[in-house]
Ligand binder design. Structure first.
Ligand SMILES: [Zn+2]
Length: 396
């Protein structure tokens, strides 16, 4: 590029750079200029495509010390900010009789029988059972009383567990979004691995396999962002979200975090785990959408000054649904383990108000009862897609 420009400007008598192109054709035959210009354009196009391809194909970025970082710039919070939040926290007054997150009694026989139709069951918090493409897929299983490294302290379950591990259908695959205690629960993982039907396959973010190795669980694959695994007829892709990881005082961001896109049986579902609002959501929508169903966290957003980079609030969640190109969304990560200052019953109230303000139908973004099962239906947009499974590239 520089060579050509300097060649053209070398003669002292050459016209200024912004002169009309017809003047230059006096020095260079027109057809040669056209060829050079076409070549330059082709090279620029190829470079552009390669650059976009590299951005989309590459995994999570890392810092010099090997820790992971998010794709897009965002506000950060320090340990001092955490202490300030803890010191300023005021307990949300619990109503007489306790919190009452709506709960349904699951039809255990139907859940354990053959899956007649694809379905989603909300077990509470981010724990979801998906019956899709002939598979039973469990995401972020926590069946314990507390989301904590210890049994005597930490966020306590405020709604009854609707179904225990022994009542689940045989689980084919367990997906983990990140290593926070409310998403990766050791007691639940140990019990799932020890089920009489045999250990499910675990698919986890980069760096989390070592944790499974330490507790002697071997059927584990770990993946980077945009990598996918095939399980039966399902293409399961790990997607970037804006969050962080920590299991102890020394391992901040040493393991990856993300969400899961699952394409099976002509349907496509995304589970976001935990996330703040970022352009990653639009990237996921552009690359893997439209989705028949998006499971989007809508709780643990207060106070905003501290939570905003890492957790969506309800307005963010409504925008996330649009960015993901999801026809239907279900709000998760609320009403189960109070993790932040928002009252446990607040997210669905705000969702109902903001949904109406946004002109969305209830089934465009709804909440479920804990223990409830709903069918996952193909939406008109995804029906037009020839084959959801064929769209996913296999890294393995
Ligand atoms: Zn988290």
């Amino acid at each position: 590029m520089g060579g050509i420009r300097s060649a053209l400007s070398r003669p002292r008598s050459a016209p200024p750079r912004r002169a009309p192109i017809t003047v230059l054709t006096g020095h260079v035959p027109a057809f040669r200029l056209a060829v050079v210009s076409a070549l330059l354009r082709a090279v620029a196009l190829v470079l552009g495509v390669l650059a976009v391809g590299l951005v989309l194909a590459q995994g999570a970025p890392r810092n010099d010390d090997g820790t992971f970082r998010n794709n897009y710039p965002h506000a950060t919070t320090s340990f001092g900010d955490f202490l300030r939040w803890q010191s300023e926290r005021s307990d949300v007054p619990e109503p007489a009789g306790g919190w009452r997150t709506p709960t349904a009694t699951p039809d255990l026989a139907a859940l354990r029988g053959p899956a007649k139709t694809p379905s989603v069951t909300w077990i509470g918090h981010a724990t979801v059972l998906l019956r899709l493409g002939g598979l039973n897929i469990l995401v972020d299983p926590i069946f314990s009383a507390r989301a904590s490294p210890v049994a005597f302290a930490g966020p306590k379950r405020i709604a009854p567990l609707p179904i225990d591990i022994a009542d689940l259908p045989p689980i084919d695959v367990v997906l983990i979004t990140h290593n926070h205690y409310d998403h990766l629960d050791e007691a639940s993982i140990r019990r799932l691995a020890a089920t009489p039907a045999g250990s499910p396959r675990f698919v986890v973010p980069l760096g989390v396999k070592a944790w499974f190795d330490d507790i002697g669980i071997g059927r584990v694959d770990e993946v980077d962002w945009w990598q996918d695994v095939r399980v039966g007829a399902a293409a399961i892709t790990f997607v970037p979200v804006q969050h962080w990881s920590r299991r102890n005082l020394l391992d901040r961001d040493r393991t990856l975090w993300g969400g899961w896109s699952i394409a099976a049986g002509g349907l496509r579902v995304v589970h976001l785990g935990d996330t703040g609002y970022s352009n990653d959501l639009r990237d996921i929508g552009e690359r893997l959408g439209p989705f028949d169903l998006a499971l989007i966290p809508i709780g643990a957003y207060s106070p905003r000054w501290f939570m905003q980079p890492k957790h969506l609030d309800v307005d963010d969640a409504i925008q996330a649904r649009a960015d993901l190109r999801a026809r239907r969304a279900i709000g998760i990560h609320w009403g189960t383990f109070p993790m932040a200052d928002d009252p446990p019953d607040e997210p669905p109230k705000i969702l109902a108000r903001e949904r109406e303000r946004a002109g969305l139908a209830q089934d465009a973004f709804d909440v479920m009862m804990i223990g409830e099962t709903r069918p996952i239906e193909e939406t008109n947009e995804t029906k037009r897609r020839p084959d959801a499974n064929a769209a996913a590239t296999s890294a393995r």
